[in-house]
Structure formats: structure tokens, C-alpha cells
Design a protein around this ligand. Sequence first.
Ligand code: PLP
Length: 399
Amino acid sequence: MTDSSMVPLCAPVIEDDEIAAAVEVLRSGWLAAGPKVAQFEAAFGQSVGAPHAIAVDSATAGLHLTLAALGTGPGDEVVVPSLTWPATVNVVELLGARAVFADVLPGTLLLDPADVERRITGRTRAVVPVHYAGAPVDLARLRAVAAGRGIALVHDAAHALGTRYGDERIGAGPEPVVFSFHPAKNITTAEGGMVTVADDELAERIRLLRFHGITRDSWSRHNAGGPAGYEVMEPGWKYTMSDLHAALGLVQLPKLGRFNARRAELAARYRELLCGLDGIRLPDVPPYAHTHAWHLYVIQLEPKRLAVDRDTFVAELKELGVGAGVHYAPVHLHHYYRRRPATGGPAAGHLPVTEAAAGSIVSLPLFAGMSDAQQDRVVAAVRAVAARHRVAAADGPVR
Ligand SMILES: Cc1ncc(COP(=O)(O)O)c(C=O)c1O
């Protein structure tokens, strides 16, 4: 049981209409993928401006399917950040391809296009940038890196529901984009994800692989003439979303604007309340025009100013009733990736910015249902823990 006085790191906003929508589906007699999924796909596609929106049971499934549909397999390389949830990277290895890690930029922790370019080889099939924390990566530069080389960009937009790059909604561009509706995300379907795609053939292939490799086309073509009336065109997965989950998404989607506005307000308030606090670096935002989804609020501890390791800092916040988190423990330093044969050099030191950030990042609580009073508690706790460990300033009073 969580202590009810604890300010959680994140929490879904579930209101009476989500509960009513779930009950309606439970009473309808149809629970699996059906009319609610079709409606949710249409509504989501329209909301981001994507020709195709394909609902899946997680973003992990969406990334797996999309890379598979692009033909990623043994002998291929896919460039990924290491500062991400393992799903971004694991799906590459599950397809028999090799994940190649690229570094991030120090202030925003977004994938560094120049480092991506350095990691590209003749075997690079795709680049999977993560719109970390809800800020868009530098798409113009990444597109320039991929263009003309036949390299696909597949966006990991798990954090980027509502994000815009300039005026472009993430999901409306030419590349496939994968969103997550996990309960921690900006809207939720309990579990779930969405792949948006512009290309008709790629969309068809993702749909095929989403459900056992069975096509509706083959259903109509064979018209119950194949074995038991369906035809497996090639082995696929079972990654469909259910109507129960889609019904939640249909209620949550129109609330995204309200939820994100509150997140932006809270992010601005954190900046105002923590600005200038000695030893704490606040998150930078990209220098180009964008709309931030504020999925995460990630501060960095400055080791020269605070004599405390990050895990102790997080533990002490917890003692004060604040559920801080860490996004992420770099994937390239995990057991499998450290031991993976032919990684190409020693693991440590491979990604200097990621590795430096790894020990200093702390995600503060941020969710649409967070009150000002809860945020004030977080701010007071951060100030108190930082004050406990601050190295005396040589040049002025301790703040
Ligand atoms: C950056 C990133 N990519 C992928 C995922 C996977 O999403 P899901 O849990 O919907 O599979 C997550 C989930 O936390 C994530 O944060």
C-alpha cells in the first residue's frame, strides 16, 4: 500500500466517464478488438493528422511491429539512445538486429543528431529517436542525417502525446510514430499504444503482423475458402488492443489538451519555485520552436555543489513523502548489453553525456491531477534535501 500522504511520481486521471465507458463495454458482450478500437483509431488519427492510426496493446508492441514491418532483421543496425526505457532497444535485439547506441545532448537529454551521424554504417537500417520527457528531438537534423541513405526514422513518442515540432504535430509527419498509453503517460488506456503511419503499404504490413499475419483481404479473397475461412500470409504476433482499452482511450483523448495544459502549468511553476536553487539544474528546453508535452520534469543534481549521490537524494525525498524517479538507467550499461558480444569497445565511457547524466537525473512528480499544494510539498522537500548536502559556497551565502 502506498502512503496516501505520499506525493506520487505520476498518477492517471480516471473520472466518472472513463468508468462509465468501461462498464458499457463490459455490458456490451464484445470485449476484444472491435468497434471501439476502430473508433479510437479514427479519432486518434484525426487528432494528430495521420492517415493511418493502428492501435496496439503497448508501445513496445508498436515499436516491435514497426521495425519488423520495415524489414529489420539479422545483419541490420538500428541507432537508438541509451537514456530510454529498455523497450526502445530490446525490440531491435529481439528482431535479430543490433542496437547501436548514440549519445544525448547535455541540457535537454534529447538524442544528439551529430552523434547519430557518427554511428551510422552501411548496415544502419533505422534510427529510433525518443522525444524524451515530451520535448521533440531535432527532426530537421535527424531527417537530414537519414535522407538519401535509405535509413528509416521510427519515432518513439511514448512521452510525446501532444508534442509539436514547430507547427508539426508528432504523428503527422512522413515517418512511423509510436505512442504509449501506459498509466504513467499523458493519457491512458490502462495499457496500450498507437502507431501512426503515412505510408499505405507500411500500414497494411503493420496491421497484418499485428494479428497473426492474417489479412482481411485474404478473408474476402478466399471468402471462407481457406482453412477455416482465414489465411496466414506470414507468421505475425498478437498485439491487438481490446475494445475495453479503446473505450478508455476514446474518453481520455479529448482530455489531452486539458491534461497537457496542467502539466505545462506545473512545469512553469517548478521553474519559478526552484529557479536559482544552488546545486539543482533545471531541465533545458530545445532552442527550436516546439510544444512540450511535459511528460517528465527531470532535474539534474550538480555534483560539485551537492555532496550526495543521486540514489540517496531520491531515498531522502521519499522519506519526506515525495515519490521521485529516475528516467533512466542507461540501457547500454545493463547486464545483457554490457555482455553482448562484439559491442565494439568497452561499455563504460561509450556515451559520455548519457553516463554523466545517469548519476544525476531525478524525475520530480508531475501528473495532470497534481495540486499546487502537492507541488509545494515536492519543492519544500527538494530544498530541504539539497540544503542537507550542499557544499558550502566559497563565493556567497548558501541559498
Ligand atoms: C521512452 C519509452 N519507450 C517505450 C516505452 C514502452 O511503452 P509501453 O509500456 O506502452 O510498452 C516506454 C514506457 O514507459 C517509454 O517510456
